[in-house]
Write a protein that binds this ligand. Structure first.
Ligand code: FES
Length: 112
C-alpha cells in the first residue's frame, strides 16, 4: 500500500493504489483548502485549482496528469516557478509513496 507523507501536517498515511489524493487527505482530516475555500471549491471536479499541492518527493509515483489537470494548471498563476511539482489533488491518483505539501504558498521570487 502506498504511503503518503503530508509534510506540513507531519502525518503519514496509507492508501489503496489508485486512490485519489484528495480523497485520502479528506479521509485523514488533512485540510487541502485555505480559509473559506474549504467551502467554496469545485468539490473535486478539477475546475477551481484550490486543491493544489506540491509534490516534494515521489512525483513519479502519481499517475500522469489528466488532460483536465494539464489545462487547469496551464492557465493558472499558481504554477509559476513550480511547474514541475504542482498537482491537483482531486485529479491525482496515488500509485506509490510520495511526500505532499498542502496549501503551497505562491512563489513570488522563485526562491522555493
Ligand atoms: S477541488 Fe477544485 S480543482 Fe480540485
Amino acid at each position: 500500500m502506498p504511503k503518503i507523507t503530508f509534510t506540513r501536517e507531519k502525518k503519514t498515511v496509507e492508501c489503496e493504489e489508485g486512490e485519489k489524493l484528495r480523497n485520502v487527505a479528506i479521509a485523514n482530516e488533512i485540510q487541502l483548502y485555505p480559509g473559506m475555500k474549504r467551502y467554496f471549491n469545485c468539490h473535486g471536479f478539477g475546475q477551481c485549482g484550490e486543491c493544489r499541492v506540491h509534490v516534494t518527493k515521489g512525483m513519479e509515483n502519481l499517475a500522469p496528469k489528466t488532460l483536465l489537470e494539464r489545462i487547469r494548471i496551464a492557465v493558472s498563476w499558481f504554477k509559476i516557478g513550480n511547474e514541475d511539482k504542482v498537482r491537483l489533488s482531486c485529479q491525482s491518483k496515488v500509485m506509490g509513496d510520495c511526500d505532499i505539501e498542502t496549501q503551497p504558498e505562491f512563489n513570488w521570487f522563485g526562491e522555493r
